[in-house]
Write a protein that binds this ligand. Structure first.
Ligand SMILES: [Zn+2]
Length: 261
């Protein structure tokens, strides 16, 4: 059963969320959410947005809105997008008590590859009833696979404010890769990105050679501990801004593979 995604832009309207360093949370969650929607469209993953403008959605309205699109099944992924506050630095992901950490881990891995550190991915229980999730967007969206993504801290003294303001598209793209990997949907890089998708016959050695980098540089940038690759795996190519040379390789690759089908 193909999974569907509800993209929730946190806060909105009379609830701006956190504000620091020129970052107003409700604006960034909306920008990120719209970006995700466009990219899921590119990848052929069905998705819907809880809000498309500066709308107020309260703690009762929002879970109802989430479940109005595809219902209450476990075939629905809910990505609730937020910007953190409290003085930390790095991304955090919170997943529901009913779910495993697999989706969160997949996204966390891609955040790291995008240059954003990950503080933790975790579950949080309601103190008054530890059988329930602390956050209502997880608690009140049974039996969806719901996660909260905190992209970074608006009030961090580290690089988060700069990452959020200048690299929010890279952070959002990391989520696209994490979801695509988790769903085993073929990932299509955005034009001009520094992400390479592993093709049949690729080795770390030939990929590194094609991009003029060392195998160690390639492994370090992707936190790889072994030399094995799988087809469709995404690799960040360090030190590259554009893929002008690379597209020639891809075209040849596809023609070669097409001739052998
Ligand atoms: Zn928030």
């Amino acid at each position: 059963m193909a999974k569907k995604i509800v993209i929730d832009a946190g806060h909105g309207g009379s609830d701006p969320g956190t504000s620091s360093n020129g970052i107003v949370e409700k604006d960034y969650t909306l920008k990120i959410s719209k970006y995700l929607k466009n990219r899921f469209d590119d990848l052929g993953i069905e998705s819907s947005l809880t809000r498309t403008d500066d709308e107020t959605l309260g703690p009762k309205d929002r879970p109802n809105r989430v479940q109005s699109f595809y219902g209450k099944g476990n075939d629905v992924i809910v990505l609730s997008n937020h910007i953190n506050a409290g003085g930390g630095d790095g991304a955090e992901i919170i997943y529901a008590l009913r779910n495993s950490d697999a989706l969160s881990k997949s996204i966390a891995d891609e955040f790291i590859k995008s240059g954003q550190n990950v503080r933790k991915y975790y579950q949080r229980r309601l103190p008054s009833d530890p059988s329930k999730d602390y956050y209502y967007i997880l608690r009140d969206t049974p039996n969806n696979e719901s996660i909260i993504i905190e992209y970074g801290f608006a009030d961090s003294g580290g690089d988060d404010p700069s990452l959020i303001k200048n690299n929010w598209e890279d952070l959002a793209e990391a989520v696209v890769r994490g979801v695509a990997n988790y769903l085993k949907v073929p990932y299509i890089p955005i034009e001009g990105s520094n992400v390479y998708v592993v093709k049949k016959g690729d080795t770390l050695w030939n990929i590194a050679k094609n991009f003029g980098i060392s195998v160690d540089e390639l492994k370090n940038a992707n936190n790889l501990t072994s030399n094995s690759l799988s087809i469709g795996q995404t690799l960040v190519i360090p030190g590259t801004e554009s893929f002008d040379d690379y597209y020639i390789v891809v075209k040849g690759d596809r023609m070669f593979m097409g001739n052998n089908e």
